[in-house]
Design a protein around this ligand. Sequence first.
Ligand code: TXA
Ligand code: MG
Length: 317
Amino acid sequence: MEPLSDTRILTADDKGHWIAEAESVIDRGGVVAMATETVYGLAGDARSNEAVAAIYAAKGRPSRNPLIVHVADLGAARRLGAFNTQALALAEEHWPGPLTLVVPLNPDAELAKAVTAGGDSIALRSPRGAIGAFCQKTRRPVAAPSANLSGHVSATTAGHVLADLKGRIPLIIDSGPCAQGVESTIIDARTDQLQVLRPGGVSISGASTAALETDGESPVAPGMMSRHYAPATPLRIDVLPTDVPDGHIYLGFGATSLAGHPTLSASGDLAEAAQNLFDALRSADAQGAPGIAVAPIPHTGIGAAIRNRLARAAKGR
Ligand code: TXA
Ligand code: MG
């Protein structure tokens, strides 16, 4: 790939002209930032060693941390991984959607080795959003981690991507803010006992959350190490407005808020808080305050995913 001088931003239009532009970069082993309904992803052809190397390089991501492969549908997924009965049922129920399934890698799968970090399992997802449309149109398997610098909070707008990756990638497809705002639920579906590796917008009843409690000591999902999702500013969670030190930024939720400070959702709506979360963390971080304090967020629904990201951001420093 030619050396990059700058990063181009192209607005996604209904006519889909952007798909041909993205395809021409990805065809040459390049990477393009494009949205899913969860967060922006840094997309490359999952069969190309060059593209996968470029993804790791642009993010500064350790090569032992495998990538999610995005596909058009379950048929495409089954050429890459082995789905047991439960995995099939989950894919049928939730795809396209914010659910990633870890299944045994199909030994015949034509993929770059580095996509799975050399491992024998693969994380597969059929998303909505631009990456979903790209997979539908081009029938390519698309490797895409979140489009942020390694260890930073994920990007939910093209501006966030640019802030992290300007000059490191050739093209960003701007389709506006992501609808959901937190990364996909990851379920280990290799055995009959489903394990939640990362909570997200989809809750799976009967799945064990034991893997989350290992707290990064021996993570099944390597990216769940505690230093993830960290803003630079020290962050505390479950703080009441009365306990916010002078000069610190308070991220409120519902009635638990502080005048003159931002809120994740003034009306106490968890879906809205999820949409706003990473932008709020990035904005608060940019202000250079000595600390960020966050209001208590309920554990219910997508609240569990928000709390998970905040807990990691709090531990990150
Ligand atoms: O919403 C999302 O999932 C976004 C969009 C772009 O799809 N992607 C995303 O990718 O969040 P990333 O790379 O930032 O996080 C994926 C997580 C990482 O923690 C990685 O370690 C884990 O998935 N993972 C990937 N392959 C795995 C595998 N075979 N087994 C276990 N965990 C895996
Ligand atoms: Mg990530």
